[in-house]
Design a protein around this ligand. Sequence first.
Ligand SMILES: *Cc1c(COP(=O)(O)O)cnc(C)c1O
Length: 370
Amino acid sequence: MKKLLYPAARPQVTKEDRKRVDKVLRSGVLSIGPEVVAFEKQFARYVGTKYACAVSNGTTGLHLSLIAAGIGEGDEVITSPFSFIASSNSILYVGAKPIFVDIDPVSYNMDPREVEKKITKKTKALLVVHIFGQTSNMTELIKIAKKYKLRVIEDACESLGATHRGKKAGTFGESSVFSFYPNKQMTTGEGGMIVTNERKIATTCMELRNQGRALNSAWLEHKVLGYNYRLDEMSAALGVSQLSRIEKSIARNRRIAGWYDKHLAPYSHLVKTPEAAANNSHSYFVYVVQILGTRQRDRVIEELKKRGIGSRPYLPSIHLFEFYRKRFGYKKGNFPISESVSERSMALPLYNGLTKKDVKRIVQALVSIL
Ligand SMILES: *Cc1c(COP(=O)(O)O)cnc(C)c1O
């Protein structure tokens, strides 16, 4: 495949990053060592929670969070259909049923007004997804959760550094999960983190990720059915290094998003630019626009590719995947806002290395196609 002039995403790896990883490789301690401990401590401090538990990726983090919340067979968990599939799949892993509610057309997150209608005796939790770099309406969702005594888990995999009423994503739920896949705000290759203020949840997650070994127990003592969901030392070292400049990196993406906003503003009849909902600050995991009018989004993506510009359809609605339709009988029309956004939305290139000129060229190419 021809290399794109502007890929959709490009992880930023610096000399300092490489140095820190190289030090681990030379140390001989490649797993269960000081880098994971340091990464957890610094990550918890950044987000503002008491505890953090590093895991092998965001998906395994969600799995453990649901187990730790006691969600299982027969339970219902309310969540968003407009998400990366892992959020909903993790509910299936524990034998529970994902119950979707349609999204808000501004934030693209679960609409709180739809949530109450879906609560039944079986509802145990809200798995709240913060999509694209902005949080859900946590003010309203927490109110509902309190009223019905539901547990709240945040899928903050796309929203590191985002805030709602000045409070960071990851500090609202009993536990919250982040991902460090290469296209996220920071990366460890594969990697994830669970954060919580509850000691018991942190302990449970740490035991479960490590084959069910109790903390401080002998190596081959297994208390419960566990998993190997550990993060290795090289990844953790990269995490420590990447985290040290996360504020700068997010600030840069915000500037780039601002340039996109400015250059796209005269074309608001053709392209809908992303919007932060009231009380939210956006941390731009991706810069997602909607193609308005009759232009086919997928054709636009193809045309951009011919011009060396990478873009992606973001995101398909989960309820319309074949195995969800088959298993739960979902069909087109069930969640019209989610579906309409799914059909029109696409992510334009966004990564720290983009300049003002680059953004201008990308916008010019997009507008000429439209
Ligand atoms: C990336 C992502 C995940 C999963 O993270 P991985 O590290 O890829 O397993 C889960 N939910 C959302 C919303 C994501 O964007």
